[in-house]
Design a protein around this ligand. Structure first.
Ligand SMILES: Cc1cc2nc3c(=O)[nH]c(=O)nc-3n(C[C@H](O)[C@H](O)[C@H](O)COP(=O)(O)OP(=O)(O)OC[C@H]3O[C@@H](n4cnc5c(N)ncnc54)[C@H](O)[C@@H]3O)c2cc1C
Length: 418
C-alpha cells in the first residue's frame, strides 16, 4: 500500500481525568459513574445523539433483566437507565412487572421498549445534570501512546484536529477503535445482513386510536432481516465486518436499496417510513481480547473479580457473572473498555453486548477508572473488593444467588430480534 508520512503540531484543547470515547449506553454509564466518583469526565461522541445502537441503531428494547422466574438479576445503573427510558415516554413492561413486584415464579420477563427520541434527550439531560462535559460531532481518531500508556486522544471535528489529555480512557466506541489503535489485541466479528427501519401504516395508526396506546404506532420495515444466528441472511452473501470504511459503505448502500425494493410497489399513501438506523446495525464488529475472554461456558460460574451478575436474554434460568478481566488488558495500564467491545467470544460476546450488561460494564469501567486515578495503580491492579463494594452500594448484584441455579435444561424463549 502506498503511504505518506506527515507530522503536525496540534492544539491541546483540554485535560480530563477520564475521557470516554463513544456515547452509546455503555459510554453514558461510564461517564456518569466516573463523574459521580468526583472525576472530571469528558464524553466524546461522533454523532450528535447519545444512546448508540439503542437509539440511533433503533434497538429500543431492554432485553430481560430477570431470570425468567420473577427475580431481577441486573440492577444498578441498568435499572436507572431502564426507568429513565420510559419516564417520559411509552413502555411495554409486562403486566406482572408493572409495579416492580412480580408474583413469585412469573414467567413474564422484565423487559421494555421505549421511545427513542425521548430517551435520547433524557440521556443528554442526565449527562448535563451529572456534570459530564460532552463533545458531539467529534470523532476520536487516535490515542496518543507512550509505551502502553495513553496520554490522550486526537479528535477531529468542526474546529479541526485537536488533542485532549487524560489520565484514564474508556473505549466505548462499540468497535474498540481506540483500543485497537493503541495496540490492544482484538477479536474481529462478522455480521449478517440486518437493516431494520421503523414505519407507520394506516392500520397501526388506527390501532393506536383504538387502544389509546402510542407504543403500537410503529411497525417494521427492512433492508435485510437476518437474526442473531443468520436466519434470513441471503444464501452465499458476504458477511460484514464493520471495521472498514468501504465495508460499512457497501452495507449502507445495499441496505438502502433493499429497503426501497421492499416498499417500491406499496400504495405510497398508506404508509411511511419514519426512522432509518443512522448507525450500522452490526452486532459484533471488534472487541478486545482482554485478560479474560467470556464465553457461554461460563454459565453458573462465580468469578472473584465479578463486576455484576447478568442473565441470558434467550434462556430462562441461565445466570452468569462478568469478570473484570473482560474490560482490561495487562500492559495497558490506563485503558479500559465496556459494552460491545468487552472481551467475549461466540454467544458469550452476545450475552455481554446487549443493553443491560453494556450499561453494567460501563458503570464498572467508570468507577474502576476513578479508583485507578485515586490509587495511582494500573487499572488491572485496582482493589477489586473496593470496586465490588462501590458497585453493590450502587445496587449492582455482584454474585448471583446459588439458590436460583436450576439443574437440568433451561427453557429457551424467543424474545425477538436481538
Ligand atoms: C440488529 C441488532 C439487534 C439488537 N437487539 C437488541 C435488543 O433487542 N435488546 C438489547 O438489549 N440489545 C440488542 N442489541 C445489542 C445492543 O443494541 C448493543 O450491543 C448495545 O446497545 C451496545 O451499546 P454500546 O454502548 O456498547 O455500543 P454502541 O451502541 O455501539 O455505541 C457506540 C457509540 O460510540 C460512537 N462512536 C463510535 N466510534 C467512535 C469514535 N471513533 N469517536 C467517537 N464516537 C464514536 C457511536 O456513534 C455510538 O454512539 C442489538 C444489536 C443489533 C445490531
Amino acid at each position: 500500500m502506498e503511504t505518506y508520512k506527515f507530522t503536525e503540531e496540534v492544539a491541546v484543547a483540554g485535560s480530563y481525568d477520564v475521557i470516554v470515547a463513544g456515547g452509546g449506553v455503555a459510554g453514558v454509564a461510564a461517564a456518569v459513574s466516573a463523574s459521580r466518583m468526583g472525576k472530571k469526565a469528558l464524553l466524546i461522541e461522533k454523532t450528535i445523539t447519545l444512546g448508540g445502537l439503542a437509539t440511533i441503531g433503533l434497538i429500543n428494547f431492554f432485553v430481560p433483566m430477570c431470570n425468567g422466574r420473577g427475580t431481577k438479576i441486573i440492577k444498578g445503573m441498568a435499572q436507572e437507565f431502564f426507568d429513565l427510558s420510559i419516564k417520559y415516554g411509552f413502555d411495554t413492561v409486562p403486566s406482572d412487572w408493572k409495579d416492580g413486584n412480580p408474583p413469585a415464579d412469573t414467567k413474564q420477563r422484565y423487559v421494555t421498549k421505549f421511545s427513542i427520541p425521548i430517551f435520547i434527550v433524557a440521556l443528554t439531560e442526565l449527562l448535563k445534570n451529572e456534570g459530564v462535559d460532552i463533545l458531539f460531532d467529534t470523532v476520536v481518531s487516535k490515542p496518543v501512546m507512550e509505551g502502553g500508556v495513553c496520554r490522550g486522544v486526537i479528535v477531529e471535528n468542526k474546529t479541526g484536529r485537536e488533542m485532549y489529555l487524560c489520565k484514564m480512557i474508556v473505549d466505548t466506541t462499540g468497535d474498540a477503535d481506540v483500543l485497537y489503535r493503541a495496540g490492544v489485541p482484538t477479536i474481529q466479528g462478522t455480521n449478517f445482513q440486518t437493516f431494520l427501519a421503523k414505519g407507520v401504516t394506516l392500520e397501526t395508526c388506527e390501532e393506536v386510536v383504538k387502544t389509546g396506546d402510542i407504543a403500537k404506532l410503529t411497525c417494521g420495515y427492512d433492508g435485510g432481516f437476518a437474526n442473531l444466528y443468520g436466519k434470513n441472511h441471503p444464501e452465499g452473501h458476504r458477511f460484514w465486518k464493520g471495521t472498514d470504511a468501504h465495508d460499512v459503505t457497501d452495507y449502507v448502500v445495499e441496505s438502502h436499496i433493499n429497503l426501497l425494493n421492499n416498499i417500491r410497489n406499496d400504495d405510497r399513501k398508506t404508509r411511511d417510513i419514519i426512522q432509518l438506523p443512522t448507525m450500522p446495525q452490526f452486532r459484533t464488529t471488534r472487541c478486545i481480547e482482554g485478560d479474560y475472554v467470556f464465553t457461554q461456558e461460563d454459565v453458573y460460574k462465580h468469578f472473584d473479580d465479578s463486576v455484576g451478575a447478568i442473565c441470558d436474554f434467550e434462556r430462562k434460568n441461565y445466570l452468569y457473572e462478568v469478570p473484570f478481566g473482560t474490560l482490561v488488558r495487562k500492559g495497558f495500564p490506563n485503558i479500559i473498555t465496556a459494552g460491545r467491545c468487552a472481551s467475549g467470544k461466540g454467544y458469550g460476546w452476545d450475552l455481554l453486548r446487549v443493553i443491560p450488561p453494556a450499561i453494567i460494564t460501563g458503570q464498572a469501567a467508570g468507577i474502576a477508572a476513578s479508583m485507578a486515578i485515586d490509587s495511582g495503580k494500573a487499572i488491572y491492579d485496582i482493589d477489586i473488593k473496593s470496586l465490588q463494594k462501590t458497585l453493590e452500594e450502587q445496587d449492582v448484584i455482584i454474585h448471583f444467588d446459588d439458590s436460583l441455579v436450576i439443574p437440568g435444561e433451561a427453557e429457551k424463549v424467543d424474545v425477538g430480534h436481538i
